[in-house]
Design a protein around this ligand. Structure first.
Ligand SMILES: NC(=O)C1=CN([C@@H]2O[C@H](COP(=O)(O)OP(=O)(O)OC[C@H]3O[C@@H](n4cnc5c(N)ncnc54)[C@H](OP(=O)(O)O)[C@@H]3O)[C@@H](O)[C@H]2O)C=CC1
Ligand SMILES: O=C(O)C1=N[C@H](C(=O)O)C[C@H](O)C1
Length: 271
């Protein structure tokens, strides 16, 4: 098979740079274009220079339309507004779109669903193998334990993160809700402050910590009568997300249109 031609959008971001480095190491992939925000100071710079590697001969561009027309897939860790626009463009070009961006609203999700009618989209709040395995385990444990075990999801990320709770915390909360057979929209508790009253049975609570350079830490606690089960994941390097996104792009190459998850990519859907 020929090398897969990939576009990275959000090229100058923490994840964009990590994905570009990972593509450079993969012999079956080629970075056909790197896109950043219009007017950003990265525009026109060689991608290699941007990520601390020898020159690629690919300048960072703001022309996504031309880039998508000449590619088979796009990897996107940006902001919700950008991901929606790129989903429409990728659908138009009929190329695979891997979306790692978090903080999407229900309205944003609906636009991505619409784009997935025309091209394959893999979207996940966390692209790592470890977190997706953890989600399967959380679902399994939640299915086994009843409401005597209170579920709390605790996450910590670096100080620059702009959305809360994290996409991963929501993914894990949804897995717990699914396992228990409840609706996260009605059972999720996202803030506690002041005189809250006692915990409502069946609630799924979320707590958010931000600080320093933490790549991403998640802990799902099942707190029962006189015992506690904790399932945790600690990300030590953003390379785990980049490798997952690349695996998703390879998996989605030539696949029929639809909205897919990392559980589909990793074969974890039936656990
Ligand atoms: N699913 C997963 O596994 C993971 C998801 N994430 C998520 O990915 C997203 C990005 O994270 P991170 O890399 O840390 O954030 P950064 O802020 O470092 O990177 C985001 C990049 O997107 C760029 N951008 C914004 N708008 C556009 C646009 N219209 N076109 C092209 N580029 C654009 C920004 O440029 P500028 O600053 O110039 O506007 C910035 O360079 C977040 O939502 C985060 O939660 C992160 C890690 C793993
Ligand atoms: O913003 C980040 O950094 C991360 N975002 C994702 C999330 O919101 O869960 C994934 C990872 O934890 C890092």
């Amino acid at each position: 098979m020929t090398q897969m031609r990939l576009v990275v959008v959000g090229a100058g971001g923490r994840m964009g740079r990590t994905v570009i480095r990972a593509i450079a190491e993969a012999p079956d992939l080629v970075l056909s274009a790197a896109i950043d925000t219009a007017g950003a100071d990265t525009i026109g710079r060689d991608v290699g220079e941007l990520v601390g590697l020898p020159a690629f001969g690919v300048p960072v561009s703001e022309d996504a339309l031309t880039a998508f027309a000449a590619a088979e897939g796009v990897i996107d860790f940006t902001i919700p507004q950008a991901s929606i626009a790129y989903a429409a463009l990728a659908a138009q070009a009929r190329i695979a779109h891997v979306i790692g961006t978090t903080g999407l609203t229900a309205e944003d999700e609906a636009k991505i669903d619409a784009a997935a009618r025309h091209a394959p989209i893999v979207k996940s709040g966390n692209m790592s193998l470890g977190v997706n395995l953890l989600a399967a385990l959380v679902k399994r444990v939640a299915r086994t334990l009843d409401e005597d075990f209170d579920i709390e999801v605790v996450e910590m990320h670096h100080r620059a993160k702009i959305d809360a709770p994290s996409g991963t915390a929501l993914l894990l909360g949804r897995a717990a809700a699914e396992g228990r057979g409840v609706d996260l929209d009605t059972q999720g508790v996202f803030t506690r402050h002041g005189h809250t009253g006692a915990r409502r049975p069946g609630d799924i609570g979320f707590a958010t910590l931000r600080g320093g350079t933490v790549v991403g830490e998640h802990n799902v606690i099942f707190a029962g009568p006189a015992e506690r089960i904790e399932l945790a994941h600690k990300a030590e390097d953003r390379g785990i997300f980049a490798r997952g996104a690349i695996a998703a792009a390879r998996w989605a190459r030539g696949r029929k249109p639809g909205l897919y998850s990392m559980a589909d990519v990793l074969g974890l859907s039936d656990i």
